[in-house]
Ligand binder design. Structure first.
Ligand code: G3P
Length: 217
């Protein structure tokens, strides 16, 4: 499973990259705003900086909600760097734009996916990635993880090449469960990724090893 970090925070991106496990970055307008990155020029420059920090795909979201606007914005974003993946909302014009970009060989990530039907449409339109938001489904007392497994089943049935990019990942167990269910990618916060490191028996075992080493010296 590929690991993407879901942030526009450069320090956190650097930290995940330094760990040696990072395959890409996802952003969205809310994550940009959280870092105080506003205005077209600043946002474009921020994408360029992120692309310099990592080797893999970097999702950059369009703001337009009409086909022509999405095409215009998406083409400008894709021209910034071959790492850029044009992130499109799961709406009618987003599906049309997805088909447009996929037929031109431009990578896409269809976002705000909350049902198998939406994922199926995105795959039919040739999306590179489809982003089911599992944490937000959990928030409304439904089973986000179930959506991942249902999309996996449908994509496998028809051998769709579209990759399942589990998004709105909030915690470490989300990551583990995504891996169990065969998600192709997960995107989550650094805290959830670092949570994978932790086990109390690792800590106590290491403390014992170090103490025993000291006894012999
Ligand atoms: O990748 C989508 C993600 O940023 C949404 O996460 O936590 O705002 O639901 P969240």
């Amino acid at each position: 499973m590929k690991f993407f970090i879901d942030t526009a925070n450069l320090e956190q991106i650097k930290e995940a990259q330094a760990l040696g496990i990072l395959d890409g970055v996802t952003t969205n307008p809310s994550l940009m705003a959280k870092e105080g990155i506003t205005g077209e020029t600043n946002i474009i420059n921020h994408y360029k900086e992120i692309c310099e920090l990592v080797d893999g795909d970097v999702s950059a979201e369009v703001i337009s909600t009409d086909f022509d606007g999405m095409v215009r914005e998406g083409e400008a974003l894709a021209a910034l760097n071959p790492q850029i993946v044009v992130k499109l909302p799961m709406i009618k014009d987003g599906v049309k734009a997805c088909k447009y970009f996929s037929s031109k060989g431009i990578k896409t990530n269809v976002t705000l996916v909350f049902s198998v039907g939406q994922a199926l449409l995105a795959a039919k339109a040739g999306a590179t990635y489809v982003s089911p938001f599992l944490g937000r489904l959990d928030d409304i007392s439904t089973d986000g993880m179930n959506l991942i497994s249902e999309i996996r089943l449908v994509f496998d049935n028809y051998k769709f090449k579209t990759q399942i990019l589990a998004a709105s990942v909030r915690n470490t167990m989300h990551i583990v469960n995504c891996a169990k269910l065969g998600s192709d990618v997960m995107t989550g916060p650094l805290s959830a990724i670092e949570g994978l490191l932790k086990h109390p028996l690792t800590d106590s075992g290491l403390a014992t090893f170090l103490a025993d080493y000291q006894k012999g010296n």
